[in-house]
Ligand binder design. Structure first.
Ligand SMILES: [Zn+2]
Ligand SMILES: [Zn+2]
Length: 201
């Protein structure tokens, strides 16, 4: 990565301020999420993810917890821009996909990091403070396991995709981005096809 690219990134304390504002408080999970996003873009060689490189990056997150809120602070990837994808696997993990170079890195927070924090800073009684300090200081490799992976992203998954909305033959609601399914010749939304998460009262 060239020096001028790196200059576009902020420092960890600067990101922490922005994360605290967006998330409502600063916690160990925020620091971990920031470190995870910074490591991800470093491995991909992206120097300006929220600016010049913003159309190159799609991020998958695997848990709806504190760390997830911190990731868009660094990457600029937002759910409403289709650049942030949520897969509810209950894991503190994220995959950073570079759409230009067609490669992706998946990072998983190591289970050992809480233990490392305890060993490093036994004198700090507050667990959140203890972990926050450790998560700021531990090297990337000790915080995260990194795996290069392949992610299949269709054109319909990408920001900017345009296609006509179709109507569900059962409920009549509109469906975008090819999320409809065809069952016995009928075009249905995923809810009517059996994935409904709610019951109508
Ligand atoms: Zn939090
Ligand atoms: Zn339907």
């Amino acid at each position: 990565m060239k020096g001028e690219d790196l200059a576009m990134l902020k420092t960890l304390p600067e990101y922490e301020l922005l994360a605290a504002e967006a998330h409502g408080h600063l916690c160990a999970g925020q620091v971990l999420g920031l470190r995870m996003a910074l490591y991800g873009i470093k491995l991909l060689g992206l120097g300006d993810p929220a600016g010049a490189d913003r159309k190159r990056l799609v991020t998958f997150v695997e848990i709806d917890r504190c760390a997830t809120d911190a990731i868009p602070i660094v990457t600029g990837c937002r759910l409403g821009k289709r650049a942030l994808k949520f897969r509810d696997f209950g894991k503190v993990a994220a995959t950073f996909c570079d759409l230009r170079e067609l490669r992706a890195i998946r990072l998983v927070a190591r289970e050992s990091s809480k233990q490392r924090a305890r060993v490093l800073y036994p004198e700090i009684e507050n667990k959140n403070q203890q972990q926050m300090r450790a998560y700021r200081e531990l090297p990337d490799e000790e915080l995260f396991e990194a795996q290069w992976v392949r992610v299949s992203l269709g054109p319909e998954d990408l920001p900017g995709y345009r296609a006509p909305r179709v109507l569900c033959a059962e409920c009549g609601e509109g469906i975008s981005f090819k999320r409809e399914v065809v069952r016995e010749g009928r075009t249905l939304c995923r809810a009517c096809a059996g994935e409904r998460y709610y019951t109508r009262l």
